[in-house]
Design a protein around this ligand. Structure first.
Ligand SMILES: Nc1ncnc2c1ncn2[C@@H]1O[C@H](COP(=O)(O)OP(=O)(O)OP(=O)(O)O)[C@@H](O)[C@H]1O
Length: 238
């Protein structure tokens, strides 16, 4: 669904931010990107979204693939009710669909908040609205850029489980940028560890998908995946 082939990219005449990066994401697969601040994770997402163009190499998405974005800031329009915020991508595409909006509110666990204004929501609820808005066009690809970094840990755990459920029910392919090695191990099928402008290595947690949240968080595979990521990152700074 996503293929990045030997991409090089720099902003303007500045030094290269990405220097020969390749990755692929299969339909329904979630790949996490972790790495130190400034290594180029967000830039890579922008290239995959088509917001930037590589100076060498190529980025391809599945033919006709619909792409959605979830950022750290929910960026809701304060003068519109929750329902209207979620409906916005469909309105902009000229394809209003009230049932799809309600289905996405339900899927995000906020089926009863459609008539509220953003100012009345908690941070976790606002993020759920942002997720519902990203789902409303039934995307084949979802790009997450540190979506839960500003939220407290318990809310973050709930949202992690929401994403795991949606990944199965909505079947999108996704790239998930996070600073949390633990979150990456909990969510992703595969984790790509980045150093400055390039990949250092890959970690496959292999946690049994049948495990419930409590057992998943306690799984030895999760701890092993975090430790493997730490290994790659420490080697890079050594
Ligand atoms: N619009 C821009 N113009 C010029 N340089 C930029 C721009 N955006 C990012 N950069 C630079 O590109 C490099 C990579 O930035 P990027 O935001 O992709 O890193 P990141 O890994 O996502 O960082 P963080 O984890 O802190 O969000 C940094 O040196 C940054 O200063």
């Amino acid at each position: 669904m996503i293929r990045v082939d030997n991409v090089r990219f720099g902003y303007g005449n500045a030094a290269l931010v990405l220097d020969g990066v390749s990755l692929s994401v299969a339909p329904g697969e979630m790949v996490a990107l972790v790495g130190p601040s400034g290594c180029g994770k967000s830039t890579l997402l922008r290239l995959v979204a088509g917001l930037e163009v590589p100076s060498a190499g190529s980025v391809t998405r599945g033919e006709g693939a619909e792409t959605g974005f979830v950022f750290q800031s929910p960026a809701l329009l304060p003068w519109k009710k929750v329902r209207a915020n979620v409906a916005l991508p469909l309105e902009l595409a000229g394809k209003p669909d009230t049932a799809a909006v309600q289905a996405c509110l339900d899927a995000a666990g906020i089926g009863d908040l459609g008539d509220r204004y953003p100012a009345s929501l908690s941070g976790g609820q606002a993020m759920r609205v942002s997720i519902a808005r990203a789902l409303v066009t039934a995307p084949d690809i979802l790009l997450f850029d540190e979506p839960f970094a500003a939220l407290d840990e318990i809310i973050r755990f709930h949202l992690n489980d929401l994403i795991l459920g949606l990944k199965v029910s909505r079947k999108f392919a996704s790239l998930f940028v996070t600073h949390s090695l633990y979150e990456a191990a909990y969510l992703a099928d595969r984790i790509l560890v980045m150093g400055k402008g390039r990949f250092l290595g890959q970690v496959v947690p292999g946690i049994d998908p049948a495990l419930g949240p409590k057992d998943r968080r306690a799984a030895p595979e999760l701890a092993a995946a975090v430790s493997a990521m730490q290994g790659w990152l420490e080697e890079a700074v050594a």
